[in-house]
Design a protein around this ligand. Structure first.
Ligand SMILES: Cc1cc2nc3c(=O)[nH]c(=O)nc-3n(C[C@H](O)[C@H](O)[C@H](O)COP(=O)(O)OP(=O)(O)OC[C@H]3O[C@@H](n4cnc5c(N)ncnc54)[C@H](O)[C@@H]3O)c2cc1C
Length: 403
């Protein structure tokens, strides 16, 4: 039975980036990545901190030509409810950045990661799935569907929301299905987007346009499951018109490109994020609705933490079984993000007036109170960054007002 330092189970974006990160840092790595035969039509908005991480792995220069900058992000209340929030606009220039982040189509992103993995001598990629995992033996033993078996000192579970590794480690989840499906598509438009992303908050969830290179954008349109079925069957011209109307024609005429996909939404959080020789990353650890582009950004911070702990273990000659330390380190970040997204999503779905009042008041404060805007924008691009630089910001604001 062959032995590896690290086994990454699952070849989605989180798994491939994790395998690259561990291999680039000298760990002998195996990536178990079955091909599910589906082309991922989604795009992923990654914020400044995540792009820095990709740059550190030497991959950002290859991904950047496929991506579009997000320089301005606006939120428009399109709930048509009695109490509506004012529009809120965030500009990256307000916090001294050219862009908050970039929007990357998943399909070329996955292909670029595979090519980069293929160039590393210490990575083995296996295109099959894990059938059984024995995580009580040390090192852990993985048994693949094609009969291959091997051991690993650390197992990174990147096998998505139905994670077999999480189950094998005896880790439970708290799950919640939302009455929502995300319709995902890309489209061309007559007017330039000027690198502006607009999130329309509707009664069924967000309707989010995100720029792509050229006069193109991606769309994540969250609707009731039945409405998603209807949208998928609409004739092309009707769908184009429906999207243009929803966008209040801000980008002019719209033409949908390629396939339209539907992704049912749910929320699920593992009751712990690591244990012994296992660390859960990405959707194996946390799943939530696509509001405010958080999922993969959070997953990259999972990978950073697991890697830091593994490097520290290697330096001191300790075992790579960092799961318990990893669990402690990831709790605050994962719980705070999942809690905030859940609250925002529920506030959109709720017709309860006091909830609407709170949401409208929150948005009003975001638009009118500069220190709050400053904090939210910094925390959006990198957690902790807003609080670190906040005293400097206040000093500058005070001297500006007294000048
Ligand atoms: C509509 C939508 C839009 C989104 N937009 C954004 C965004 O703009 N920004 C952002 O940061 N995040 C976004 N996200 C979240 C983001 O897409 C995910 O968090 C991210 O892709 C990480 O997924 P993953 O790799 O953990 O899981 P997955 O992509 O589900 O990958 C899991 C992999 O594990 C494999 N697997 C399963 N079982 C086994 C097994 N037994 N053995 C081996 N392999 C196995 C599967 O084949 C699959 O390839 C969005 C999500 C949705 C639904």
């Amino acid at each position: 039975m062959a032995g590896f330092d690290v086994a990454v189970v699952g070849g989605g974006l989180a798994g491939r980036i994790a395998a690259l990160a561990f291999a680039k840092n000298g760990f002998s790595t195996v990536l178990i990545a079955p091909d599910d035969g589906r082309t991922d039509q989604r795009t992923t908005a990654l914020m400044d901190h995540s792009l820095g991480f990709l740059a550190g792995l030497g991959i950002w220069d290859r991904v950047k030509p496929e991506a579009a900058a997000l320089s301005t992000m606006q939120i428009i209340d399109a709930t048509e409810r009695l109490l509506r929030a004012p529009p809120v606009t965030f500009r990256a220039s307000e916090i001294g950045l050219e862009a908050f982040g970039y929007n990357i189509p998943n399909a070329p992103f996955l292909a670029i990661l595979s090519a980069a993995l293929g160039e590393l001598p210490n990575v083995t990629v296996l295109g099959t799935s894990v059938g059984r995992a024995d995580l009580s033996s040390e090192p852990a033993a993985l048994h693949l569907a094609d009969g291959t078996e091997f051991t690993a000192g650390l197992v990174i579970a990147a096998d998505g929301r139905k994670s077999l590794i999480r189950d094998a480690a005896g880790i439970d989840t708290r799950s919640h299905a939302y009455p929502q499906t995300a319709v995902v598509l890309n489209f061309t438009h007559d007017r330039p987007h000027n690198n502006v992303s607009t999130e329309f908050h509707t009664r069924t969830g967000p309707f989010t346009q995100v720029p792509l290179p050229g006069q193109r954008s991606s769309l994540v349109w969250v609707v009731k499951p039945q409405e998603a079925v209807e949208i998928l069957q609409l004739p092309e011209e009707v769908l184009n018109r429906r999207i243009e109307d929803r966008m209040q024609s801000v980008l002019g005429k719209v033409r949908v490109e390629g396939k339209v996909q539907a992704w049912p939404l749910s929320a699920s959080t593992a009751t712990r994020f690591g244990k012994g020789q296992v660390a859960l990353i990405g959707e194996a650890a946390h799943v939530f609705p696509p509001i405010g582009a958080q999922g993969l950004n959070l997953s990259l911070r999972d990978i950073e933490s697991a890697l830091e702990l593994a490097l520290a273990a290697r330096r001191t000659g300790a075992r790579l079984a960092i799961g318990d330390a990893y669990d402690g380190r990831r709790r605050a970040d994962i719980w705070s993000r999942t809690g905030a997204i859940d609250l925002l999503n529920r506030s959109l779905l709720s017709g309860f007036l006091p909830v609407q009042m709170l949401r409208a008041a929150g948005m009003h404060m975001l638009s009118a109170i500069p220190p709050l805007r400053y904090l939210v924008m910094h925390e959006g691009v990198a957690p902790g960054r807003g609080f670190k630089s906040f005293p400097d910001f206040l000093r500058k604001e005070i001297s500006r007002k007294h000048a």
